[in-house]
Design a protein around this ligand. Structure first.
Ligand code: SPV
Ligand code: MG
Length: 432
């Protein structure tokens, strides 16, 4: 019987380098191509511009490819155990670095039936790198960016977002990656927090920083990043104003606005009942949601209703009643908030809410109730976890400390070891 060869691709364009690899693989036997699932590609590389179903069709139409299968995970194990190929073909660029555990596993699994890993020199041609750069740039365009949160929710059902309050923190959220089990973990989206946006401007979080200024922050972040943006819309203001905010955010390429059911002078939720805060009534807030939904021009743009009943100690029944009403009014997602350290009331809400609504995405901001892992929230039925202020809270003590040290020492030498080297800061932002 002839030999079989397996070769897996994550690419959404096919160029000469890929064809050359395919031709070499075909010389070893009958070629089965794997396309990596959208979820796996999004987690380790970047959001795929072409979905797996389309990428499958692309490869099916290349001469000499006998079959195309979808590889669901970065690990090859289950695909290999099913296909039992004689050879796996790969570029030689994974013997070191974060993909090494995946490679080691391939060798070990293949050994089970005497299969072999065959590696060809990886083509790092400048023209292919340029193609990749161009594709990445396309992800930043408003029309492509806007719908990406919805698509990520469809693909992964669970998304993480980290706060960004300027271009620099945007870049940190865009580019931070940690490697784990042969894969890569990164944030899926960015949260444009009212607290951090206000704090960065030295202002309190009371809807004082006006929309024009908030849009400027969005613009700064959008110019240098590609990930979807979730905008903290505070109360949304008057319904008559909110409709314009929706139009503007949608046009800019923002993916979701979250508005909270409070009226009058808004204070940060983490104050809870220590300050006077007024909750909007259900019908009035539902009307604002309906107006926002009617104003948008695409289904890509999502409006999320944030429920403050637990923050304001109005009880679980009130929170659940609001969740149902706001969803009926058209909210694409709901956010439930708590300022307790104990995650119990959020867990109880999720359990009750999911008894009657399995579909509406639920957003959490676990600033106080921070002991629960993302995996557990996902399993309990949450869909978006937002890390709302951690980058700002990391930065403030560091800059205060540097300012104090220099004052105390009458010179800068003593604080130098806590600082980023000068030669690194001038190269931190690459030139285009
Ligand atoms: C924000 O980040 O501005 C929020 C979340 O609205 S919280 O501060 O927890 O209210
Ligand atoms: Mg806020």
């Amino acid at each position: 019987m002839g030999k079989t060869v397996y070769l897996c691709f994550s690419t959404d364009i096919i160029h000469g380098g890929h064809i050359a690899l395919i031709r070499r693989a075909q010389q070893l036997g009958s070629l089965i191509v794997g396309v990596l699932s959208d979820e796996a590609v999004a987690s380790y590389k970047r959001f795929p511009l072409v979905p797996a179903s389309e990428r499958k069709i692309m490869f099916e139409n290349i001469a000499g490819v006998t079959r195309v299968v979808e590889q669901k995970t970065l690990s090859y194990r289950s695909v290999l155990e099913e296909l039992k190929p004689d050879y796996v073909v790969h570029g030689d660029n994974w013997a070191e670095g974060f993909q090494k555990p995946i490679r080691d596993e391939v060798i070990q699994v293949l050994a089970g039936w005497g299969g072999e890993l065959v590696e060809f020199p990886y083509s790092a041609d400048e023209k292919y790198k340029e193609m990749d750069r161009r594709q990445r740039a396309e992800l930043a365009m408003p029309d492509l960016r806007r719908g990406r949160l919805r698509r990520l929710l469809d693909i992964k059902h669970f998304v993480t977002a980290m706060e960004a309050h300027d271009g620099l923190t945007g870049l940190v959220v865009e580019n931070t990656v940690v490697h784990e089990n042969g894969g890569a973990r990164q944030y899926d989206a960015m949260w444009l927090s009212s607290l951090c946006d206000s704090t960065a401007k030295g202002k309190p979080d009371i809807e004082l920083v006006d929309m024009t200024s908030r849009f400027r922050t969005i613009d700064d972040i959008m110019e240098v990043t590609t990930k979807p943006i979730i905008f903290d819309g505070d109360t949304g203001g008057l319904a008559e104003h909110f409709v314009y905010t929706v139009r503007s955010l949608e046009r800019m390429g923002v993916s979701m606005v979250i508005i909270e059911d409070k009226t009058g002078l808004k204070k940060n939720s983490l104050f809870g009942t220590e300050v006077v805060q007024t909750q909007d009534d259900i019908e009035h807030f539902s009307e604002k949601i309906r107006a926002g939904c009617a104003a948008r021009r695409t289904r890509d743009f999502m409006i999320c209703a944030r429920i403050e009943s637990l923050i304001l100690e109005r009880g679980m029944d009130d929170a659940l009643r609001r969740a149902e009403a706001f969803t009926k009014a058209g909210a694409d997602a709901i956010m439930i908030h708590s300022r307790r350290k104990d995650p119990g009331e959020i867990q109880a809400f999720l359990e009750e809410f999911r008894k009657t609504d399995a579909a509406t995405p639920v957003v959490l901001v676990p600033t106080s109730f921070n002991s629960v892992t993302e995996e557990e929230w996902k399993q309990r039925g949450a869909n978006i976890v937002i890390y709302a202020n951690q980058l700002m809270r990391a930065a403030v003590p560091a800059i205060q400390q540097a300012a104090e040290t220099i004052l105390r020492c009458h010179r800068a030498q003593e604080c130098d070891e806590t600082l980023m080297p000068f030669k690194d800061i001038i190269r931190l932002i690459p030139e285009q």
